[in-house]
Design a protein around this ligand. Structure first.
Ligand code: ATP
Ligand code: MG
Ligand code: FE
Length: 346
């Protein structure tokens, strides 16, 4: 199926045309410069900005795909989870287009989109496989059983991996978003300069949870380190701190993903979400995968952070299976992956 998909769950206004697992166009307008002055995403500013950009992005996406409405089999939008005001802009646009052009409408779970990003560059991939989803709001190990069917095996107990990058960047007085800046600075630093705690999650009956992560302790440890090194901010060994922090996160994520894949007998790990762009994580996971004879797949960078192509890819699969959403579907700020099938008429 050929789908026009809209993604507005956070601070990227994106529209794509996707034919099954092939991306025909993917227009991404980032609001990062708008939010940078506030040091993070401001919800009201985000929804207004989506509203101002969406129509132009839709027209551009169709033009770049060199297709007209007749070639489109369905219209999709992210409906959960995310900022409700932002989600509403994309969802309302998609429903309106579905009514006007008399096409089926497909609501998509944002995290299912991140899982589907890998298919865009690996169209032959088939479940089951493990997805390590590391984004601004999530850090999950997901057992991918089939389209619409997922089981979350591990999660973060506090901060998400991307959130940890953003918070550590902020305390190092680096710009928003922190992930790319820390990644760049880490290349000039020594990852062994400062030993930092990886953050384990205790189990009630002893030991540690093998797949869950926790990054708030690590963030506090970086804060204490910065306070201890004290002196002048301009004298802080920022590249060494960035490298040590990134290495700790990459090791923690790699250890959990490998343990989970081995325990569940899955030989492929697909990584998704903005933190999948991280060079430290890519390096550690690739090395560990070779060692344990597993296959690890990273989407190209443009499909790691939020984009509509991944949403369209998931929507095309649902549409091929006859999964269509009712036009009464609303947005939800939170929705567990186990409830994806509730978005479609039975
Ligand atoms: P969610 O998908 O959970 O709702 P989100 O959509 O906001 O969250 P993404 O757009 O997938 O998250 O990813 C954004 C996050 O990725 C930010 O926290 C950003 O700092 C982080 N990030 C981007 N590039 C890198 C990188 N190279 N290294 C580490 N983190 C990165
Ligand atoms: Mg984003
Ligand atoms: Fe996302």
């Amino acid at each position: 199926a050929c789908v026009l998909a809209i993604e507005t769950s956070c601070d990227e206004t994106s529209v794509a045309v996707v034919k099954d697992r092939h991306c025909c166009s993917n227009v991404v307008t980032s609001q990062i410069p708008v939010h940078r002055q506030y040091g993070g995403v401001v919800p009201e500013v985000a929804s207004r900005s989506h509203l101002e950009t969406i129509n132009q992005a839709i027209a551009q996406s169709l033009a770049e795909a060199q297709l007209d409405w007749g070639a489109i089999d369905g219209i999709a939008a992210t409906c959960a989870p995310g900022l409700v005001g932002s989600l509403l802009v994309g969802l309302t646009a998609a429903k309106t287009l579905a009514i006007v052009h008399q096409k089926p409408f497909i609501g998509v779970h944002h995290l299912e989109g991140h899982i589907y990003a890998t298919y865009l560059s690996e169209p032959e991939l088939e479940p089951p496989f493990l997805c390590l989803l590391v984004s601004g709001g999530h850090t999950s190990l997901i057992y991918v059983k089939d389209c619409g069917h997922y089981e979350t095996l591990g999660e973060t107990r506090d901060d998400a991996a991307g959130e940890a990058f953003d918070k550590v960047a902020r305390l190092l007085k680096l710009s928003y978003p922190g992930g790319p800046v820390i990644d760049r600075l880490a290349k000039e630093g020594n990852p062994k300069a400062f030993p930092l705690p990886e953050g384990k999650v205790s189990r009630p009956n002893g030991g540690y949870h093998p797949y869950d992560s926790s990054f708030s302790g690590l963030k506090t440890a970086v804060l204490r380190l910065v306070q201890k090194l004290g002196q002048d901010e301009s004298e802080l060994p920022v590249p060494d701190i960035a490298a040590s922090f990134q290495d700790t996160v990459a090791r923690a994520l790699t250890k959990r993903a490998i343990a989970c894949a081995r325990d569940y007998g899955l030989n492929t790990i697909a990584v998704g979400g903005g933190v999948a762009a991280n060079s430290g994580l890519r390096k550690h996971l690739h090395e560990a995968a070779v060692e344990h004879n597993l296959r690890v797949l990273f989407p190209p960078l443009m499909y790691c952070t939020d984009n509509a192509a991944m949403i369209g890819c998931a929507a095309a699969d649902h549409l091929n299976l006859g999964h269509i959403s009712p036009l009464t579907l609303g947005v939800q700020s939170r929705l567990p992956l186990t409830r994806v099938m509730e978005l479609y008429k039975s």
